[in-house]
Ligand binder design. Structure first.
Ligand code: UD1
Length: 430
C-alpha cells in the first residue's frame, strides 16, 4: 500500500499553480456526452476521480481521448449502452452524473444506487424528485436507479435540501426537456455555475446559476464546444491552509479569489495575512494562530470540504475553537487519527471542541477520505518527527501531484510504495 512520509517543521514558502476543479470536471465531463459532436475540455485535473469517470464514459461507448495531460476530447455519438457498471460507481460516487446526462440525452439511464460513503448517509432523494418532476419514471430495481421517459417536460422543483449533486443532475436532465424548468433552493457552488456556463456554450439556455433559482429553457439539441474548467477552490484552500499551519508564505496562483473569500476570511480572523490579486492569493503566517468558530455551510459559506483542514490548524491555535459540520453527518472520523498526533479534540455529534496544543508529534495515520487525508498531511507537515499517512488512494482521488507541489514549497515529503521502502528513505530522523 502506497504511503506519504513526511517530516514537519519546515515553513512552506513559494508559489503553487492550482489545477482545474475536480468537482466541476466531474459534472462537465459527464455533460460532454450530451451532444453527438466533439467537445474539448481543458484544465481537467489528472486525478483518480476524473480518470474513473472517463473510464465509465468509455464503458458505455463514448470516445474519450486525452490530447495532453489536462485536455480531453469527448464524443458521445457512439454511445450504445445506457447502463453504468457497478464497479465505476463503487469507485466514484459522481459517476451518477451520467444518470442526468444519459436521461437528458437518451431519456433512459440505469446507474447503480451509490452506497453510503464515508461521510455518512448520502441520500439521492432530491435527484429522483427532480427527475420525476421532469416526467421521468424513476424506480430502484436490483440495486440500480432506473430512470426513463418517452419525453421529458420542463417542471418546477423545490429542493428540500441544498444539494450540489441534485442541482447538477437535474440541470443536465432538464437542458433538453420541452419547455421551462425552474430549480428553487438550488446549490450555488462555483462548479454548479461552471457546469451551467459549459452547457450554455453547448447551446443550452440556463439562467440564474449561482443564485437560489435556476431557470432552464429546453433546447432540442446541444452542439460542440471548447471549454476550460475553473480552478479548484478546495485545492487552493488546502495550500492556503498549508501556509497557515507551517507558519509559511505561499502564493496560490491561477485561482479565482472570489471563490476563496470564505476561506480567506477565516484565515484573516485567526491571524494570517492574506493578500489578493487578480488571479492569486498569498497567505502568510508568522505566529501562533488564534482560536475561532467555524460552521460549514453551502456556498458561499465555509465549505465542508475544507472542514478537516481548518480543524487541523485550530488544533494548534491558542485557546478553544468550535467546528460545526452542518452538511454531512459523519465527517469527523479523522479526529481519532489526529489525536494519535497529540491533538486535544472532543467530538460531540456534529461539533468538534478543539483545545489548541502547542505542537503535533509525528505518527502513523490513515486517510479516511479525500479531504481528511489532505488535512492529515497538513498536520504531518507541522509535526515534529516522522508522520506516515497511508490509504493515500483517497488523497489521489482529488489532488494532482500533491507531494510534488508540497516539495516545491520546501516540504520534506515523499511518496513511498510500502513500509519496506519507507525504511530506506531518510529525512534526518531515526
Ligand atoms: C458535493 C461534492 C462534495 C462536497 C459536497 C458538499 C462533488 C462531486 N462532490 O457532493 O465534495 O462535499 O457537494 O459541498 O461535487 N442530500 C440529500 N438528498 C439528496 C442529495 C443530498 O439529503 O438527494 C444531502 C446529503 O446527504 C448531504 C447534503 O444533502 O447531507 C449535501 O449533499 P450534496 O450537496 O448533494 O453533496 P454531493 O453532491 O454528494
Amino acid at each position: 500500500m502506497e504511503l506519504y512520509a513526511m517530516k514537519g517543521g519546515v515553513p512552506l514558502v513559494g508559489e503553487v499553480e492550482i489545477g482545474g476543479a475536480k468537482n466541476a470536471a466531474l459534472a462537465i465531463l459527464a455533460a460532454a456526452i450530451m451532444t453527438d459532436e466533439t467537445v474539448t475540455v481543458e484544465n481537467v485535473p489528472d486525478v483518480r476521480d476524473t480518470n474513473v469517470l472517463m473510464a465509465a464514459m468509455e464503458s458505455v461507448g463514448a470516445m474519450v481521448v486525452k490530447t495532453d495531460r489536462h485536455t480531453v476530447k469527448i464524443n458521445g455519438s457512439k454511445i450504445d449502452n445506457l447502463v453504468i457498471d457497478d464497479e465505476h460507481i463503487k469507485k466514484i460516487r459522481a459517476s451518477y452524473y451520467l444518470l442526468g446526462a444519459l436521461l437528458g440525452k437518451y431519456k433512459h439511464a440505469e446507474v447503480p444506487l451509490p452506497g453510503g460513503c464515508n461521510l455518512g448517509t448520502r441520500a439521492i432523494d432530491q435527484h429522483i424528485k427532480g427527475f420525476r418532476a421532469l416526467g421521468a419514471d424513476v424506480r430502484v430495481e436490483h440495486g440500480f436507479v432506473v430512470a426513463e421517459a418517452t419525453k421529458l417536460k420542463g417542471g418546477h422543483i423545490f429542493m428540500d435540501k441544498v444539494s450540489v449533486g441534485a442541482t447538477i443532475n437535474v440541470m443536465m436532465a432538464a437542458v433538453m426537456a420541452e419547455g421551462r424548468t425552474t430549480i428553487e433552493n438550488a446549490a450555488k457552488e462555483p462548479h454548479v455555475v461552471d457546469l451551467a456556463n459549459f452547457l450554455n456554450c453547448m447551446g443550452a439556455n440556463i439562467k440564474g446559476a449561482g443564485t437560489d433559482v435556476i431557470r432552464i429553457n429546453g433546447v432540442p439539441k446541444l452542439h460542440k464546444a471548447e471549454y476550460a474548467i475553473i480552478p479548484d477552490q478546495i485545492e487552493a484552500g488546502t495550500f492556503m491552509m498549508a501556509a497557515a499551519i507551517t507558519k509559511g508564505d505561499i502564493t496560490v496562483k491561477n485561482v479565482i479569489p472570489k471563490h476563496l473569500e470564505c476561506i480567506s476570511a477565516k484565515l484573516l480572523e485567526i491571524g494570517c495575512e492574506v493578500e489578493e490579486s487578480d488571479d492569486a492569493v498569498r497567505v502568510v503566517a508568522t505566529k501562533r494562530l488564534n482560536n475561532t468558530q467555524v460552521k460549514t455551510l453551502p456556498y458561499p459559506g465555509f465549505p465542508t470540504d475544507m472542514q478537516p483542514q481548518i480543524t487541523v490548524i485550530l488544533g494548534l491555535s491558542e485557546g478553544i475553537s468550535i467546528v460545526t459540520e452542518s452538511i454531512f453527518d459523519n465527517r469527523f472520523k479523522y479526529v481519532d487519527e489526529l489525536i494519535k498526533m497529540g491533538a486535544d479534540i472532543k467530538v460531540e455529534g456534529n461539533t468538534a471542541i478543539i483545545t489548541g496544543v502547542p505542537r503535533y508529534s509525528g505518527a502513523n495515520v490513515s486517510a479516511p477520505d479525500l479531504r481528511a487525508g489532505a488535512a492529515l498531511v497538513l498536520a504531518g507537515l507541522a509535526a515534529e518527527s516522522l508522520t506516515v499517512v497511508d490509504d493515500i488512494k483517497y488523497i489521489e482521488r482529488g489532488y494532482e501531484d500533491f507531494p510534488e507541489k508540497l516539495k516545491n514549497l520546501g516540504a520534506q515529503i515523499a511518496k513511498v510504495r510500502d513500509q519496506k521502502e519507507l525504511k530506506r528513505i531518510e529525512f534526518g530522523v531515526s
